[in-house]
Design a protein around this ligand. Structure first.
Ligand code: NAD
Length: 423
């Protein structure tokens, strides 16, 4: 039988992109070559096969990955992605970015990531649960509160984390709250975790506006992706008086230059599981969404959506990277020349891992915080990371991405030097 090969959303090898970013930063910040050779590799990469019984009785075998990039600053941390395009190289890139994100925000974790190459939207809840539990069993020795702590990413949710928490706990024989974060509140989740990534992104936009002497009320915004990160960011921007003129999900892109009713869009998406059909906005070509007239563009879906082909057509003056790796290095160069302020992924979407850290701490202490405490501490950490990045960027005349990566890589390099290379 002939099979139709799906075209991946990844045009460049994402791990190659992450390694090239590291080398650029190492050169700019004069980081020792030997250390760069350590940091450009992942500490451990595990590939597992995940046999799963489907509802029709057949058996399918999925490829699952868990990669730990670096643990010099603490146990590793990173999400689990379910998507047909998941590859070892994508997971390695995402793991490396997690290392830098944790270092930039100063939380005591290294970076990791996991994923399963599957089409979750075509699977039933039962199939997803069986696949998740088998994957969790296969990596049960790789994860743990002091080793490596997964969290949700694209197409995984609190429910997925609940299955992993339960599977891990059944394997070791007692409940281990801090083995995963992003859990539902009923089993040790943290208040504020669901919105944390978007809240952090909002704080970075707020700080950028202060520096530029601009106001939320005067902004028009476009948000690509309407999942965990994109939907809450659109809601927060709307609540702060900005006009959200474009939104999209994997099924449709919508535009209304007068502003889209975001609370209505959220309700529509929850009811219909798609934005398609939302009243009060026009359907446009998804590629056009990124090129709409706006002040802030927030790519909150997948990697490499802004590349050398479309970068020159981007009209936004601020790009807030809700997604990991949405801008390729050649697009970076074009946007830098055009004076676009890019709030880089490891800063702009770090709110998720910061509140995951809070959830981990609360789980270890079995003592839970109030929501305002979570949000205030998140604000403090993101604002500090923004200020440090801004200072380096201004002092050394570097783009925010290079400044953020520079700070982060130096911190990981320092930790590695301080510990020494084992043995
Ligand atoms: P999600 O699965 O909740 O949402 C993804 C959204 O992107 C969905 O609305 C989907 O329809 C949309 N999408 C997929 N392909 C698209 C396309 N081609 N065009 C437009 N929209 C498309 O995932 P998420 O957790 O919101 O993650 C989104 C991004 O944010 C990823 O890059 C992820 O790594 C990053 N991120 C997530 C978190 C987190 O806490 N969830 C933290 C940091 C970074």
């Amino acid at each position: 039988m002939a099979t139709v090969k799906r075209e991946s959303h990844l045009k460049l090898n994402p791990f190659g992109v992450a390694q090239a970013q590291l080398r650029r930063v190492a050169e700019t910040f004069a980081i020792d070559d030997g250390l760069v050779r350590v940091l450009e590799r992942c500490k451990k990469a595990v590939i597992v096969s995940v046999p799963t019984r489907m509802d029709d009785g057949s058996i399918r075998v999925f490829d699952g990955y868990r990669v730990q990039h670096n643990m010099a600053r603490g146990p590793s941390k990173g999400g689990i992605r379910y998507h047909p395009d998941v590859t070892l190289d994508e997971v390695q890139a995402l793991a490396m970015w997690m290392t830098w994100k944790c270092a930039l925000t100063g939380i005591p974790f290294g970076g990791a990531k996991g994923g399963i190459a599957c089409e979750p939207k075509a699977m039933s809840r039962g199939e997803l649960e069986r696949m998740t539990r088998r994957y969790a069993s296969e990596i049960v020795r790789e994860i743990g509160p002091q080793i490596d702590i997964p969290a949700p990413d694209v197409n995984t949710t609190g429910e997925t984390m609940a299955w992993i928490f339960d599977t891990y706990s059944m394997n070791v024989g007692y409940p281990v709250l801090s083995v995963v974060t992003g859990k539902p509140l009923t089993i040790g989740g943290s208040l504020g975790r669901e919105e944390a990534t978007s809240r952090g992104a909002l704080f970075t936009i707020r700080e950028a506006l202060k520096k530029l002497d601009r106001r939320f009320e005067d902004l028009t915004c476009v948000v690509q992706g309407f999942g965990n990160v994109g939907s809450f960011l659109a809601v927060f921007l709307h609540e702060h008086g900005s006009k959200v003129v474009g939104i999209s999900d994997s099924t449709v892109a919508l535009h209304n230059p007068k502003g889209i009713d975001i609370p209505a869009a959220l309700a529509w998406k929850r009811e219909h599981r798609t934005l398609r059909g939302l009243p009060g906005a026009d359907e446009i070509d998804p590629a056009e969404l990124l090129e709409l007239e706006c002040d802030v563009l927030a790519p909150c879906a997948l990697e490499q959506v802004i590349d050398g082909d479309n970068a020159a057509r981007i009209k936004a003056s601020i790009i807030c990277e809700g997604a990991n790796g949405p801008v390729t290095p050649d697009a970076d160069a074009i946007l830098e020349d055009a004076g676009v302020l890019i709030l880089p992924d490891i800063l702009a979407n770090a709110g998720g891992v910061v509140v995951s850290y809070f959830e981990w701490v609360q789980g270890l202490q079995e003592y839970f915080w109030k929501e305002h405490e979570v949000n205030e501490r998140l604000d403090e950490i993101i604002t500090r990371a923004f200020d440090e990045t801004w200072q380096v960027s201004q002092a050394r005349k570097l783009p925010m991405r290079v400044a953020a990566y520079g700070l982060a890589v130096q911190r990981v390099a320092d930790a590695t030097t301080t510990r020494g290379i084992y043995p």
